[in-house]
Write a protein that binds this ligand. Structure first.
Ligand SMILES: *[C@@H]1O[C@H](CO)[C@@H](O)[C@H](O)[C@H]1NC(C)=O
Length: 219
């Protein structure tokens, strides 16, 4: 059950850092002997055709022992939920119009080696994967996304999630993965989105850490 839950949530969380919401801090905890250096910031798309950001999620992780791509956690994730994960990722890619990192959604990872799970839940990193929001980019501005009714981008029933069980789907449906508000622009409405735990200010469209304001006021 524990492992199931871990992978369930991991499927959803690796792109947005909700690991932290569910499992305490996904920090470089001492239950791993070594931690790789922080990897590159993962993102949805780049302006240049050859940008690393135009590659699939898993390919953006560094290979080898210094990276996360071949880490046991990511290999298992890719094996079992790789297709679901890429479908989800490509959907976000399609919906997102912003080209720069935005919405406090871009994260980087570090992977632990020679790990164990003994110790206090709050003191260990049970996934052996640490992550942090990218600090080298200013991503406070809410991402501009294609408009859809109520700006509810996720979950979306049209996205195929193979190997995702109905109980996982249940969790997906109730996770505040993205919070989006509408913005009226001269060329039509768009949605402005921030990743958990941030929410967009409906006037400035900056991502902020505060309770979400009732969407009906703006919808
Ligand atoms: C579903 O999981 C099985 C077992 O890990 C795996 O072999 C298969 O490729 C997965 N299917 C998809 C579509 O990801």
């Amino acid at each position: 059950m524990r492992l199931f839950l871990v992978f369930t949530l991991a499927l959803l969380e690796l792109t947005d850092g909700q690991l932290s919401a569910m499992f305490g801090n996904p920090i470089q905890a001492p239950n791993c002997e070594t931690w790789s250096a922080w990897g590159p910031c993962v993102w949805l798309k780049g302006k240049e055709a050859n940008s690393r950001w135009n590659r699939p999620y898993f390919d953006q992780l560094l290979p080898g022992r210094q990276g996360c791509r071949n880490h046991v956690f990511f290999r298992l994730l890719k094996d079992r939920w790789g297709v679901a994960f890429e479908n989800f990722y490509n959907y976000l890619r399609e919906m997102t119009m912003s080209e720069e990192q935005c919405g406090q959604c871009s994260y980087q990872q570090s992977c632990g080696r020679s790990c164990h799970r003994r110790g206090d839940v709050g003191m260990i990193n049970p996934l052996f994967v640490a992550e942090r929001r990218c600090m080298d980019a200013d991503q406070r501005s809410a991402c501009m996304s294609r408009y859809m009714p109520d700006c509810r981008l996720w979950p979306n029933k049209n996205i195929q999630l193979p190997n995702v069980t109905s109980s996982m789907q249940e969790i997906i449906d109730h996770l505040d993965y993205l919070t989006c508000v509408p913005e009226q622009r001269p060329d039509g409405p768009v949605c402005r989105c921030c990743c958990h735990p941030y929410t967009p200010d409906p006037v400035t469209f900056e991502c902020e850490l505060k309770p979400f304001i009732d969407q009906t006021v703006f919808g």
